[in-house]
Write a protein of this length. Sequence first.
Length: 292
Amino acid sequence: MSITSSEIRTQPDVWLRALAQVEQATDLLAAAGERVLVLGCGTSAFVAESLAALRENAGLGVTDAAYASEPRAWRDYDRVIVLSRSGTTTEVIDAMRAVPQGVRIVAVTGVADSPVASLASDVLLLDFADEKSVVQTRFPTTFLMLARAAFGENVDHVVQQARDALDAPLPLDAASFDHFVYLGTGWTYGLAQEAALKIREAAQAWSESYPLLDYRHGPLAVAHDSSLVWMLGAADEKLGAEISATGATVRLSSLDPIVELVQAQRLAVELAESRGLDPDRPRHLTRSIVLA
């Protein structure tokens, strides 16, 4: 069993451990009325988008998400949340140093003695969710489960739902597809981007992600009988029928969006292994981007 496969299976237990920190997470993430900027790179940028949507939907205040690697105009934020599993990502460190003095910075990281942690005002440490594999999802799913609880959502049922899904075989044969599309809406669009990234990273396969209803505005043109189109956190049957008419296989969401993401990563690992690839060590990638 690959490292990735092993780490995927531990997620329900890791989520339970994280939920014990909900009081601290509420203090650091859920201050009502504050204007918040969330920053990250790669997977963390997608998680930032999901977090921003979740926080605004909870009525806690204006929340923007941005790539730490992209220059942006500063707005009058009360707090900046930075996401970095390794705590060593150069662009995240540079972005933190550019935050005006006096603005509270919260670092969400898996490494306590990291540069990102040392630059932050506060640290939400999830070291028990860190991962050995380059291709990772356990850290982001753990953080989003904790954030949802901090924003007042009851997520207890999601843990058992994930256990049940992991105990069952995948309902899809990854090797029967050559094109993978993930669709999300609201906070699950960030998850769709992450699911598509896992396919590219682990299996070197053709994958895309779009906001749910935007898929019919052009991308539908390349759907074919070897396409899998997977809706995360949505079950739009009308859109599904339009996609099915192309010959593509459509999967409507039936589980919690976080569990759907876990299933999507399982599919990426299965596809990689069917192609003779190591899902733990994708070509050209490392666990952290540290620039000279």
